[in-house]
Design a binder for this molecule. Sequence first.
Ligand code: B12
Length: 254
Amino acid sequence: MQVILLAGRYGTRPELPAGMSELEELRGDETIMNMNMGKTLFEEMVAATVAMDEERCVSLARKAVNEGVDPFEAIQNGFARGMQIVGDKLAKLECFLPEVMLSADAMNAAVEVLKPHLVQRVDRGSQGTIVIGTIQGDVHDLGKNIVKIMLEAAGFTVHDLGNDAPVRQFVEKAQEVGADIIAASALMTTTMAHMPDIDGMLKELGIRDKYYVMLGGAPVIAEWAGEVGADGYGEDAAEAVETAKRLLQKKMRR
Ligand code: B12
């Protein structure tokens, strides 16, 4: 089966899986990817997500499970990467929102297959406690959900506020559950403007040193996160887990 992707250049953020750039050369702005040309499993996951092929995504996820492929890597290097390519295509008006949603459904269906295998890796709750949510005014939660799944797989107890969560809710929930880390996601430049308020509210209440604050989401960068008072940042779910672990170790040394 052949899948033709109107790909162009994919932007700077996600790196293309090995070999894909050579295929891109074949047709200039169009990438022809042949499912039988020996692509790696991750590359097939990327392609199936971009192609909005839910059935294929699910079957690739099952294949990964059966072949003992690390589910963490399958999400990170396969389905989530595919979704980021879709995001870049949308930005360049190479696809429309309904198509984006179909890709998201395909990714989510695959993640559902992989999830039970992720949470078996480490005892749940063996690390610290995290309150996570997408910041107020923002409905984007696909990336946040992946981060949450990965944090749980790494042994954190995660309380999810969902999307469009007011800053006050992050703080109140953190107090209620005795969280170690408050983690917020934003996908829009308009909503990331609320992120500094987490630091502000914690300071106002005199409880800033009780929690670490970790920020992420496509428009957020490490430097900015630092400038607005965050203790940590993650470009993707893998980095989110690393940052959370680092912050927790720091807390234990205090
Ligand atoms: C899917 C999508 C949607 C879906 C969201 C579905 C859902 N349930 O999430 C729908 C269709 C609903 C949608 C709606 C809108 N969208 Co939209 N959407 C996207 C799109 C295409 C992909 C986002 C995505 O899911 N990426 C895939 C995931 C896996 O990646 P990710 O979110 O970046 O997450 C990773 C990292 O960032 C990181 N991470 C994420 N969160 C966190 C948190 C922490 C703590 C850490 C450490 C790390 C971390 O780890 C994740 C996994 O690796 C982006 C384009 C893009 N390039 O991002 C636009 C985009 C974000 N949307 C945009 C806009 C404008 C909108 C709308 C306003 C459109 C409209 N006119 O109605 C509405 C928003 C309404 C609202 N109030 O929120 C703009 C934002 C522009 C801007 N700069 O502000 C974008 C950039 C598109 C564009 N280029 O114009 N959207």
